[in-house]
Design a protein around this ligand. Structure first.
Ligand code: GLU
Length: 489
């Protein structure tokens, strides 16, 4: 059964897609997929001056990375195309001219200088900003004179001077605006491009959009759109304005809060499935406790009823935690495959490439337990690959030990390990635990010294597993080097 739900994500390629933007795309996608409807991507590229190179690619890239597939739009095509507003100019011109001939819109000839003066005057008088309707009632003669001057007019909407415009928002309920607060906004600019308002309304109608799910910042544009729908004789879609996303300090989400382009999260080693889960919970919830939801579960349970009216808080800590959960859920080969580009890029240049596949596979389970992002993998795994460790020799001296007892502990460990026929986790434990006792040390003291000797750090994956993966030769070499460092201290 096909559903009549048709929703759209309508980004403007004026910048890289940030978290809020992609959250809007995700909610539209979830809504469409839940209802078995269509998810349309429409590019609102009518602001030529604000176009940013590479932004369109980044937007589509971000969607693909998260798995938000679209049924119609760029690359996909569809019977309501073209899906770039810059390729639909004729359609907007026709709509604007129709409004003019109906008496719902008019040509405005005001110069930028006049408008700037008007605005300054409004500021001086502490009046609300807005066009003063100078050209709204020009006589035929006045108009002809302006035309004769060769001025290219803009087209403005003739907003009603009184009354109210209201609608039932699917998230926040009844919303009413006084028409007196709506100015005669521009529909067609003098460069021939439509404004957002005109193009958005015309396209949502022609593309048979049933529900508009968009950011709260557009709420105040909705009465203008409703007036346009009415004037054009179109049935408006249903509207749902999504709650804002704030930083952890409740201020507007910014770069400082990690609200960077969605594709940056990929560079930073976040998994798309974790990102999707995290974004879905920015303003929506299944209940008060469930945090981990697969795309399938999200689709099955998504509903507008559970979108909150209050702002969502972007918690970067939580994203890190969630990413760690998803990392640990990956199959080993999947985790390895996703980590390899990071290892290749970030391990020191001295480490020979390509990395030995069999060895990498033995290292990865130890790293998978600890990484919160794929970006951390090279750092966590580095000591497995480098030839020489660099660390502060004093770290080799565990609590309540001194230089000599630490050096002696390493020396005896060397002797015992050298004799070991099998260098696996069990045999290592079987030798080293009793050795601690024999040396009169706590297990933690001996293991601490050995850990620094073989990994160069005080915190690392479990010692015996780590040593088994490093192998006998490498471990003996490192323990010797550590002993020598202590002796030189
Ligand atoms: N082009 C607008 C944007 O960039 C679309 C707003 C809407 O969904 O109506 O957010």
């Amino acid at each position: 059964m096909t559903s009549s739900v048709r929703v759209r994500y309508a980004p403007s390629p004026t910048g890289y897609p940030h978290v809020g933007n992609i959250r809007t795309a995700l909610f539209n996608w979830l809504f469409a997929r839940h209802a078995g409807g269509s998810f349309v991507v429409r590019i609102e590229d009518t602001d030529v001056t604000r176009k940013v190179k590479g932004a369109l690619e980044a937007i589509l890239d971000g969607l693909k990375w998260l798995g938000l597939d679209w049924d119609e739009g760029p690359e996909a095509g569809g019977k309501y195309g073209p899906y770039f507003q810059s390729q639909r100019l004729d359609i907007y011109h026709e709509a604007a001219e129709r409004l003019v001939s109906q008496g719902d819109a008019y040509h405005c000839y005001c110069s930028p200088e006049r408008l700037a003066e008007m605005r300054a005057e409004q500021v001086r008088r502490k009046q609300p900003p807005g066009y003063d309707r100078h050209c709204r009632d020009l006589s035929l003669k006045e108009r002809a004179a302006k035309e004769a001057e060769g001025i290219t007019p803009v087209v403005r909407f003739k907003a009603p001077l009184e009354g109210q415009t209201g609608f039932d928002d699917l998230i926040r309920g009844g919303v009413v605006f006084e028409n007196a607060t709506i100015d005669d906004f521009i529909l067609l600019k003098s460069d021939g491009y439509p404004t957002y308002h005109l193009a958005n309304v015309v396209d949502d109608h022609l593309m048979e959009i049933s529900h508009v799910l968009r950011a709260e910042e557009w709420l105040s544009s909705t009465p203008r759109h409703l007036l346009l729908y009415r004037a054009l004789g179109f049935e408006p879609p249903r509207f749902a304005h999504l709650p804002m996303i704030l930083g952890s300090d409740r201020s507007k989400l910014s770069k400082r809060h990690g609200a960077v382009s969605i594709t940056d999260y990929r560079e930073q080693g976040y998994l798309p499935e974790a990102m999707l889960n995290f974004l879905a919970l920015l303003g929506w919830s299944l209940d008060d406790k469930t945090e981990i939801l697969s795309p399938e579960e999200l689709i099955a349970s998504f509903s507008l009823e559970r979108i909150s009216k209050t702002a969502a808080i972007f918690n970067a800590e939580k994203l890190g935690w969630m990413n760690g959960v998803y990392i640990r859920r990956l199959g080993l080969s999947d985790f390895t495959r996703r980590s390899l580009p990071f290892l290749d890029r970030d391990l020191p240049p001295g480490v020979e490439r390509p990395l030995p596949a069999g060895y990498v596979e033995r290292v990865m389970p130890l790293v998978q337990e600890r990484a919160r992002t794929l970006l951390e993998v090279p750092e966590l795994a580095q000591f497995f690959f480098v030839d020489e460790l660099t660390y502060e020799p004093a770290l080799l001296i565990a609590r309540k030990m001194d230089r000599d007892s630490a050096a002696a502990a390493l020396e005896t460990s060397l002797e015992r390990l050298l004799e070991l026929p099998v260098f696996d986790e069990e045999s290592l434990e079987a030798v080293l635990r009793p050795l601690a006792e024999e040396l009169g040390l706590k297990a933690g003291q001996l293991f601490g010294t050995l850990r620094v000797a073989v990994t160069g750090r005080t915190a690392a994956p479990p010692l015996f597993q780590t040593m088994a993966v490093l192998g006998k030769e490498q471990c003996l070499k490192r323990i010797k080097a550590a002993r020598d460092r202590l002796r030189r201290l």
